[in-house]
Design a protein around this ligand. Structure first.
Ligand code: NAI
Length: 648
């Protein structure tokens, strides 16, 4: 059909048809309004001349379908526009689900949101067994709901418990998991995928039925299942902050998975979701993440830095975990410390992490093979990148770098993970100080998505580019920052934590202070955060960054008593199996959240004014991904600006 730009129909002699999605001018397939309109045209064509069977696949090497076109969400001017967008997909995929000929989605690579809903509307699904195959309904992460049939069909296909796990968290399924849950009828290697698709669709077999128990859970016991799932959601997100997961449960349990059926005025209606700033802000966060990702992307005509060998010096809390993370992301890592005994605990920790993450003995072995204890530091000679994470002591770091510079490859990046020393002071030890950059990870490395890439006064831009590319290559979000005390993240966190400590000195309960921050939407209250970071670390950061006239008294008392927080089982809270034992707090007093956040917001603004980060959006991005600052608020500076307008 000549009037289709994004889809291609290929008919085979025996009556089978292939519908290939290959979005014009783009590297990934997104279901834009135009792509959806053309899909309807393709269905018209198949109505006129029905195939014996239809296979839908992607024409892109990047993956199957990346989801709806998120750019179109930002242009929705009203709730009516949002409803029209939902209705378009709901109606079209219902039409696809109702066709008489057998349909099959052949999924290779990512399959997200609307792509998953399209696949669910087919009679069969085959997934290709590759690490890149990932199937998800991540709408909830944007504050919206899978309104194109996902809420109706996913629970019918894999049962409600597994469906909620996907829809309420956005977590993806791997190809094998997709087969195990019943999302996919088959999971096949790439070389047989086309034949497997042909055979399946030609079989004309009825769609896979849900096991009996799952059918009951998805039918008569719906109310009970929804109530259970709601309990889990309540633990993670408050409805006033994140309406979407609550809406998903209500739409499934009470409205047949049809978002359009919820009456206006209900807090779970599309009207209410469209009116809440959460969606706009989460879409903003999505773009901020993409912007950070972009920093490490290959540039045209410049040979891209693809690190293969990382050398880490210091096998402590940070170095050990950085090494393990690098291995999990495919690098070979040599890990150096003063002795093999100091390296052994890091290897044990890594082995446990690999076991948990990889779940396959052979993969765990391959990973451990790539993590090489290196007490003599021989790896520094061959590495593409050297990261130093030893004690926070200037002279020791200087001596170390002088030695490393002498043996490292001339093109290797030299980086320090220091939190508090000046990059320029460390670089003085080098013959060529421009080689040194900062690559500042956060603790715990595996959980924190952000890594600050620090530019010192002398840092070579080419080294910085390599540093950014490295961070991207290991699947973290790189944030370029200038060398300044605390960089961005610690510079905003320290004054905030100090203010929280002052509240304790005034006699407030830790629970009250934490509740104020939680009610604002922070993932963790500042007191529990201090306990988690370690109270000794908080004291050190306070001395360096918060300009406190006198250190907070209660904090100093705890440290003097050796109660350093979670790691010692006791700080401001007592920990039982790693969980803080909190008393009921009741609502926090008016104005307390404001008071706690003021130093936080001021520090973020200062970082922009002083050029630590290039602009306000990057400050927001860094603070969200580096501290967990309430994502639905869109970032501290965005929040301040919106509040100024009266919309936050
Ligand atoms: P740590 O005390 O857990 O580990 C330091 C390791 O370095 C020890 O195993 C020690 O034996 C080794 N080491 C000391 N001198 C050495 C030398 N000359 N050669 C080889 N190994 C040597 O320290 P941690 O917490 O991992 O911190 C390391 C660095 O990371 C510091 O610069 C710190 O500022 C920075 N950092 C720490 C964070 C944290 O939360 N702990 C967060 C971000 C950065």
């Amino acid at each position: 059909m000549s009037d289709m730009k994004h889809w291609r129909i290929e008919r085979e002699a025996d009556g089978l048809a292939w519908l290939v999605f290959d979005k014009a001018g783009e590297s990934a397939n997104t279901l834009s309004a135009e792509a959806m309109r053309e899909l309807a045209l393709a269905l018209d064509e198949f109505e006129r001349d029905p195939p014996k069977g239809l296979v839908i696949r992607s024409g892109k090497s990047a993956g199957f379908i990346a989801g709806a076109d998120i750019g179109e969400f930002t242009q929705l001017a009203s709730a009516a526009d949002a409803k029209a967008l939902v209705e378009r997909g709901w109606t079209l995929f219902n039409r696809l689900a109702a066709v008489r000929y057998p349909t099959l989605a052949l999924i290779r690579g990512h399959c997200m949101g609307g792509g998953t809903e399209l696949a669910l509307a087919c009679r069969y699904r085959i997934v290709v067994d590759e690490p890149g195959t990932r199937i998800a309904l991540p709408e909830v992460m944007l504050g919206i709901v899978p309104g194109w049939g996902g809420m109706l069909r996913l629970p019918r296909t894999i049962g409600p418990a597994a469906a909620f796990d996907m829809m309420l968290t956005g977590r993806p399924l791997s190809a094998r998991r997709a087969r195990q849950t019943g999302f996919a009828d088959e999971c096949v290697p790439p070389r047989v995928m086309e034949n497997a698709a042909r055979m399946k669709v030609r079989s004309g077999a009825p769609p896979r039925a849900l096991p009996f128990l799952q059918k009951i859970l998805n039918g008569p016991l719906k109310g009970l299942v929804a109530a259970q799932a709601r309990k889990q959601v309540v633990k993670r997100a408050r409805p006033e902050h994140y309406p979407a997961p609550y809406a998903i449960l209500d739409m499934w349990a009470n409205h047949g998975g049809n978002a359009l059926a919820v009456p206006d005025g209900k807090p779970t209606s599309l009207d209410a979701i469209a009116a809440s700033p959460t969606t706009q802000n989460l879409v903003r966060v999505y773009y901020l993440r993409e912007r950070l990702r972009g920093f490490g992307k290959p540039e045209n005509n410049i040979e891209h830095f693809m690190p293969k060998h990382l050398h880490v010096i210091g096998a402590g809390v940070m170095g050990g975990d950085i090494a393990a993370w690098g291995v999990l992301r495919g690098l070979t890592v040599t890990l150096q410390d003063q002795s093999i005994e100091r390296i052994a605990p890091a290897i044990r920790r890594a082995a446990a992490a690999f076991k948990k993450k990889l779940r396959d003995d052979a993969q765990v072995r391959f990973a451990l093979d790539r993590l090489i204890p290196d007490p003599a530091g021989q790896g520094a000679r061959r590495a593409d990148l050297v990261i130093e994470a030893i004690f926070e002591d200037l002279e020791t770091k200087r001596a170390l770098f002088a030695g490393i510079e002498a043996i490292a490859r001339p093109d290797a990046v030299l980086a320090t993970n220091t939190s508090s020393l000046r990059l320029e002071d460390i670089a003085l030890a080098l013959k060529n100080p421009s080689r040194l950059i900062g690559i500042h990870f956060f603790n715990p490395v595996a959980k924190m998505p952000l890594v600050e890439v620090v530019e010192g006064a002398d840092s070579d831009p080419a080294m910085l580019k390599k540093g950014l590319a490295f961070v991207r290559a290991i699947d973290k979000l790189p944030l370029p920052v200038k060398s300044a005390p605390g960089f961005l993240v610690n510079a905003v966190l320290a004054p905030y934590m100090q203010e929280a400590m002052r509240c304790l000195d005034e006699g407030m309960a830790p629970e009250t202070v934490d509740e104020a921050a939680l009610a604002f939407g922070m993932p963790l209250g500042p007191i529990e955060l201090a306990d988690t970071v370690g109270l000794d670390v908080v004291v050190a950061a306070g001395q360096q960054l918060a300009n406190a006239a006198a250190p907070p008294a209660k904090l100093m008392e705890r440290v003097a008593a050796g109660q350093l927080g979670r790691k010692t089982g006791r700080g401001f809270y007592v920990y039982d199996k790693g969980k803080p034992q909190k008393n009921a707090s009741g609502p926090a007093p008016d104005g307390l959240a404001e008071r706690l956040l003021r130093p936080f917001l001021d520090a973020a603004r200062r970082c922009v004014e002083q050029g630590v980060v290039a602009d306000a959006d990057l400050a927001d991005a860094g603070v969200i991904f580096g501290t967990g600052f309430a994502p639905f608020r869109g970032g501290p500076l965005h929040y301040e600006q919106e509040r100024g307008k009266g919309t936050a």
